[in-house]
Write a new protein. Sequence first.
Length: 277
Amino acid sequence: MLLHNDGMTRLPTFFISHGGGPWPWMDGMVEGPYAGLAAALRRMPGDAGGSPRAILMVSAHWEEPQFTVQAHPRPPMIYDYFGFPAHTYSVRYPAPGDPGLADRVAGLLRAAGMPVGLDAQRGFDHGVFSPMAVAYPKADMPTVQLSLRTGLDPQVHVDLGRVLAPLRDDGVLIVGSGLSYHNLRAFGPAGAQASASFDGWLRATTALSPAERTAAIVAWDRAPAARQAHPREEHLLPLMVALGAAEDESAELVYHEQRFMGGITVSSYRFGPPAAA
């Protein structure tokens, strides 16, 4: 059961670039190409400040016609990647679910007039288990996944974040899990220019005043190299949710790399200050 605020300071929200596939379980990745991202994810619990009671993750890898909340008490694994080593199709991240939190999320959405469903069968996809295996390696943090909504409307996902904001006062860490650049046909050196252009716009935009920032983010496809960086925007929409849940608060760059996976520029953000200890 989700407990309510007993004096806990409000938690920030995060948008993380989660990397590709099952990278934490692949030889040499954590110490090599993913060293910067791994270090940033290890810092995330400290960057959050107060210890969360649970994590609500909006992953780029789950879309439904209506927002849908994972309600499985012990979520299984979804190996939603192809062409990786055989052992990566048996890895486990055994974090518990939290049906009480799932009910709370669904109740908030219903109260806001947003159609919502519960899915008691859904497991963790790699947008959840790969970054969380690094950030919370003990896998003891109750974790609930929330889908995107098909149609991928930016304003709808900002609105979703606004609805979820009260959870921050209940000890729930809201994490949007995507990638600030996601064009699988132009990774490495082929994506260097577009990713740098879009990332520069994103950094400048997150530094704007709250109203200006929200308006610019919703109109993200007008940004430099927008559709080169995101031919399809599902990996950017988790940022909209994290922003919406901390709309009036400052953004802090918590991870930035210019040569990720051979040449692309990627970033992660925290919205709101760390919770007081």
